[in-house]
Design a binder for this molecule. Structure first.
Ligand code: AMP
Length: 425
């Protein structure tokens, strides 16, 4: 299957080809046509599966050549973090570079003035974090009356970060008649409840086994005493000549401390977490991508959705409290078919978290002690795992009552499919 089999217009197919994508990923194959048809969607997809293109490509097509007379946004993408908002905006610019569709991203932590100015100039697609969007709406800087599509990205993380009330507030201000797409790494009960309130007769897409870790990732576990972790990490970095490593710590304080420790051993590392200003986070990420910084030390929330192409290695300096975060963390490596490694430094007091992860990913992590770093406090044996079945399916969810939106939307889509536009705003 190729991208032109979905009925995407030529400028989009060209942009995807220029980006180097040859075949669609499973989430793209399962969603693009359905989104083009105007269907509501509930998709289980973690970061690294190509989900951004899965919703961006058909939505760009929807807007292409459709003159925005009133300058108000037609597509609203809600996402939990600033980094993710900036990355989605980057993807929109990349995929839409041969189309005349305008977009902007708004998020907290930076001045609101320039965002208001940009909105006044008019946009087709608005990517936003919930808090800043409500601020802007409260100040009449954005009008929701013309929203035709709502995308809720990383819904499970929105829930973890306490954004659901904000999302409900935003939802209540949007037109009733619209297409809604919901993406989430996991489908917990609260996410399903949210889905019921926002989706009409949705298609459910589940491209990977629930909570499965990327198959292309090799997992390693080094048992080590807590106090020796920082020395072991420095040893591994120096001995193996690692560069471009994303290291996860549980806390912001832990991230800062580790960066300091690595610095003392002449290893160039930068922290990225919620206490850093947006400018600091952007700079750390840019320096890391450029190779100026070898090690990026991140907390889970800050790292969520970071798009660093072909990241070879992710290190879990601490295991996450929530087992799903292990899957999110390693989503940073082994992306879109590239091989990656996930290395976890695990101390005896983390056995509960380890067991939670092993249960979730359906396998034991292979343990390898590193010479000179054998732990005094032995890591207890893990419990046996009961294997679960994998699933890959597309099913329909029972949803709210059907409206006539789809037929009108299909008509509009077909009209648009024939048009192509050039240039880029
Ligand atoms: P996402 O899950 O949207 O964050 O995408 C993960 C990574 O996969 C990004 O670096 C994309 O540029 C890349 N990607 C998306 N779609 C494809 C594709 N069809 N082929 C190869 N790489 C892709």
């Amino acid at each position: 299957m190729t991208f032109d089999t979905f009925g995407l217009v030529e400028p989009l197919v060209r942009a995807v080809r220029e980006k180097g994508y040859k075949i669609p990923t499973p989430i793209q194959s399962a969603t693009i046509e359905n989104v083009l048809k105007g269907r509501d969607l509930m998709a289980s997809a973690q970061t690294g599966t190509g989900k951004t293109a899965a919703f961006t490509l058909p939505l760009l097509q929807r807007l292409a050549g459709n003159l925005n007379k009133n300058k108000h946004p037609k597509v609203l993408v809600l996402t939990p973090t600033r980094e993710l908002a900036a990355q989605i905006q980057d993807s929109i610019l990349t995929y839409g570079k041969h189309l005349d569709v305008s977009s902007t991203a708004v998020f907290g932590g930076v001045k609101i003035g320039p965002q208001m100015k940009k909105l006044r100039q008019g946009v087709d697609i608005l990517v936003a974090t919930p808090g800043r969007l409500l601020d802007l709406h409260g100040q009449n800087a954005v009008n929701f009356k013309h929203i035709e599509v709502l995308v809720l990205d990383e819904a499970d993380r929105m829930l973890d970060m306490g954004f659901i009330p904000d999302i409900k507030r935003i939802q209540s201000r949007l037109p009733e008649e619209k297409q809604s797409l919901l993406f989430s790494a996991t489908f917990s009960d609260p996410i399903r409840t949210l889905a019921k309130t926002m989706l009409q007769n949705p298609i459910e897409v589940n491209v990977a086994a629930k909570n499965s870790a990327a198959e292309t990732v090799q997992h390693h576990l080094h048992p080590v005493d807590k106090k020796q972790k920082s020395r072991l990490l420095s040893h591994l970095i120096q001995e193996k000549g690692w560069t471009q490593v994303l290291v996860f710590t549980k806390t912001k304080h832990g991230a800062n401390r580790l960066v300091k420790d690595l610095g003392k051993r002449k290893i160039c590392a930068m922290p990225i977490h919620g206490n850093k200003s947006q400018a600091q986070r952007t700079k750390a990420l840019a320096d890391f991508k450029r190779g100026k910084v070898d090690i990026l030390v991140a907390t889970d929330i800050a790292a969520r959705g970071l798009d660093i192409v072909q990241l070879p290695l992710v290190v879990n300096f601490d295991l996450p409290h929530v087992a799903e975060d292990y899957v999110h963390r390693i989503g940073r490596t082994g992306r879109a078919g590239n091989k990656g490694q996930a290395i976890s430094l695990v101390s005896a007091d983390e056995i509960k978290q380890l067991q939670g992860i092993e249960r979730l990913i359906n396998r034991h992590l292979h343990r390898e002690e590193v010479e000179g770093f054998e732990p005094d406090h032995a890591l207890p044996e893990s419990n046996p795992i009961v294997k679960k079945e994998k699933s890959s399916k597309i099913t329909k969810l029972p949803g709210k009552k059907k409206s006539n939106r789809r037929s009108r939307w299909s008509k509009r889509t077909n009209q648009r499919r024939n048009r192509t536009a050039s240039g880029n705003k």
